[in-house]
Ligand binder design. Structure first.
Ligand code: SF4
Ligand code: SF4
Length: 193
């Protein structure tokens, strides 16, 4: 059976109005653009609390239940067998969509969300985090930021607000707290390793 789908068409007057509106929007953007550019890496985008970033594993808490692997919608979690006979999760960040379903599914809080999202990889293998890689801070966190930028919308206008440098320090301190809670070594404040 062949199903024909008709393209919805308006009247001639409606078509003219649509096109006129599109042209007006284009002209407005050309004269007074309502868009912002972050000068990455010198500027870093501010991320809100509970931002879904890179995930740490508190291996001492993990009970090898596989719930995280089953919850993952894109099959990004691979379970690795450890010498003690237990299986621990690793995440392939080529597939991971940072939905944090795995974090929510973990019954013992062994997967700890962090706000880290600027990780550089030296080669393709590094994108696949094994359990031991997830148990310590990532090696190549990109942080050359001089300013943290926050977007705000005021009176329909998109505004770029530069937060004070202290905000960067605060973010690093917050990350250190997360890492410490997970039993890892704190990241060096302000480092770009
Ligand atoms: S964050 Fe989402 S996509 Fe990534 S490993 Fe967890 S469940 Fe899978
Ligand atoms: S990280 Fe959590 S959900 Fe995944 S195997 Fe360990 S205990 Fe289970």
């Amino acid at each position: 059976m062949v199903i024909k789908i008709k393209q919805p068409r308006g009247t001639l007057a409606e078509d003219i109005i649509y096109h006129a509106n599109a042209l007006i929007t284009g002209f407005k953007e050309a004269i007074e653009p309502n868009r912002l550019t972050i000068q990455y890496p010198r500027e870093l985008r501010w991320v809100p609390e509970r931002f879904r970033g890179w995930i740490m594993l508190d291996i001492k808490k993990c009970i090898s239940c596989f719930q995280c692997a089953w919850a993952c919608p894109v099959n990004a979690i691979q379970m690795y067998r450890a010498p003690n006979g237990k299986f621990y999760p690793g995440i392939r960040y080529t597939e991971c969509i940072l939905c944090h379903f795995c974090v929510d599914a973990c019954p013992v809080g062994a997967l700890v969300p962090t706000p880290v999202h600027d990780i550089a990889y030296v080669d393709f293998d590094e994108v696949k985090f094994k359990p031991e890689d997830m148990s310590r801070p990532p090696e190549y966190v990109f942080d050359e930021s001089e300013r943290v930028i926050k977007y705000e919308i005021k009176d329909g206008k998109l505004l770029k607000i530069a937060l004070p440098k202290d905000e960067i320090k605060k973010r690093i301190e917050e990350l250190d707290k997360v890492i410490e809670r997970s039993g890892g070594a704190p990241a060096a404040a302000g480092s770009s390793t």
